[in-house]
Ligand binder design. Structure first.
Ligand SMILES: [Ca+2]
Ligand SMILES: [Ca+2]
Length: 177
């Protein structure tokens, strides 16, 4: 009787141990829908960091960005790294600006592009001029409004057989004024 109980207890332990080790051995591999050979689906619809910033400039919540909304937004972003109102920032200040507003210190546009007169200082006017160029580049139908569709970049190398149109080639080039 007592032996039986011990045997049952051991069996129960054995089963528990087996199931615990089975759980440990079960591989936990995150899978993405439509994953390729390396588990990463090919991204054919992307947004440049600066496009993310511009999209967030939509002040009235209609998902469209006007020049007025953009200008106010660029001013606000510049003020955030120029709290004393000096009117210009150095490249380190620009790096702080890029981290805060583009998400990465090395995101484009680079300070060398924005610093149009090459005096190692970036003024609000220089930043505004750069964004005016970017606005014109993104505004493919030239109606003075940026839609989300215009802010996205469609990569030419899609998995389907759509022809690579002008939108597909739009991204990747640095916009020099
Ligand atoms: Ca400058
Ligand atoms: Ca437009």
């Amino acid at each position: 009787m007592r032996l039986q109980i011990v045997a049952i207890a051991l069996a129960a332990l054995g089963v528990q141990g087996a199931s615990a080790s089975a759980q440990q051995a079960a591989p936990v591999v995150p899978t993405l829908p439509g994953g390729g050979p390396n588990g990463q689906p090919p991204a054919t619809i992307v947004a440049e960091p600066v496009a993310l910033m511009i999209a967030a400039c939509d002040a009235d919540g209609d998902a469209k960005v006007t020049r007025a909304e953009l200008d106010a937004c660029v001013k606000r972003s510049f003020a955030s790294v120029d709290p004393g109102g000096a009117g210009s920032i150095g490249y380190i200040g620009y790096s702080d600006w890029a981290l805060q507003w583009l998400g990465d210190r090395n995101a484009l546009p680079s300070p060398f592009t924005v610093d149009a007169n090459g005096d190692n200082r970036i003024t609000l006017a220089e930043l505004e001029a750069q964004f005016a160029t970017l606005f014109a580049r993104f505004d493919t139908n030239k109606d003075g409004i940026l839609t989300r569709a215009e802010l996205l970049t469609i990569r030419a190398r899609a998995v389907d057989d759509r022809p690579a149109d002008a939108r597909g080639r739009r991204g990747g080039k640095s916009a020099k004024p």
